[in-house]
Design a protein around this ligand. Sequence first.
Ligand code: ACO
Length: 431
Amino acid sequence: MSEKATLSLDGKEYELPVIVGTENEKAVDISKLRAETGYITYDDGYGNTGSCISSITYIDGENGILRYRGIDIAEIAEKSDFIETAYLIIYGRFPTREERQEFNHLIVEHELLHESMRNQFQGFPFHAHPMAVLSAMINSMSCFHPQLLEIDDESKFIQATARLLSKVRTIAAFSYKHSVGQPLIYPTSNRSYTENFLHMMFSAPNTDYEPDPDVVRAMDLMFILHADHEQNCSTSTVRMVGSSKANLFTSVAAGVSALWGRLHGGANQAVLEMLMGIHERGESIPQVLAKAKDKNSDFRLMGFGHRVYKNFDPRARIIKDACDKVLYKLGKKDPLLGIAKDLAEAALEDEYFVERKLYPNVDFYSGIIMRAIGIPINMFTVMFAIGRMPGWIANWKETQDNPKGRIYRPRQIYNGPAKRSYEQAKTPFLD
Ligand code: ACO
């Protein structure tokens, strides 16, 4: 017999079904709670709330496990590339050789932007943050592909997916070129996905950027490690917007906005700014840790802690090794890496961090790799957005394919003023 939870409220007992996932994770199903009891649940920040049933990504935060479609992240990072990983995440299986060729072909076919879309870059001020540009430009894809606003068959979904994966790179690189006042560099079809991106970022009309294969691999790895992370803030946002049946492009643009915040994707930028600040001010490691622990200060050790991982972030391990390799290969001795390593070592032995299970997350090292590659700081979160695209697409699709899917609409506990009249509310403000 399947397990049930018993809830006692106002002297009555209610039986609630228990749902069990593939890896034996358990949830109490409260979907009929309000109808049956008149109560709702309260879970500020949704730390205990499962908002959906999903077959895309599995995370066990206590044991530092992350799997895409059942495959461990370390194995994917070692054996796959970003486009194959994207295909796996979006379609739930690896492509056949022909499907991979066809997918590559579509990605190449759609790497250019419509000229009117390209012209839009001129309208942004030079100092515009590239995340603002990225969100706006992805949203504007809704204007240029009206035939893909309603996705009612598989071939339209593939078309929309290939366009998004391909154009997000072009938009990202164009936004960078615009911000530094350089001519936009067009993609070339003979380069791999990631190499092409680096080419658009760093080539100029008078110089061709020849990326080191290890640098291309490190960047590709960064995209793989960010490709999905179940119901994080931006992915939940994409699902929320998509649940209203908003189109894929605009749903994903909302995800870009959610990612921008410094407690989410903005953390990689915040980590580097923090390390640069420590370096410039010559602060010692104990001083920094003391500040991070001081409850009267709003300073936090950026790149540390995670809502889900309470042991270690498996992505941080992989990226730390890649970071060492890239710096060695490029012959760069970055003082910030030294500070980062010392900080991590000290924090991992500090009672405050140990007690609260605060470990380095993926962002702790990713900024250092990107800095070594030459990616400017304000583009860091954009890199994260390119990587997260497959996860957003797959999650959006899951909401559309759910036959029982309803619009996402949480409830609240109201604690504002009790009922009062217009005059009562206005009286204190009358002379
Ligand atoms: N530095 C210092 N103290 C911290 C940190 C930190 N980085 N993170 C958490 N804490 C402390 C909190 O002050 C709190 O202490 P308390 O129990 O004494 O009040 C305790 O640890 C729990 O922290 P919460 O904020 O409740 O944890 P939550 O799960 O809500 O937040 C988050 C997780 C946002 C990642 C948090 O750890 C943080 O702000 N980290 C720094 C920002 C960061 O690196 N974000 C990237 C996340 S990974 C990603 O998005 C890809």
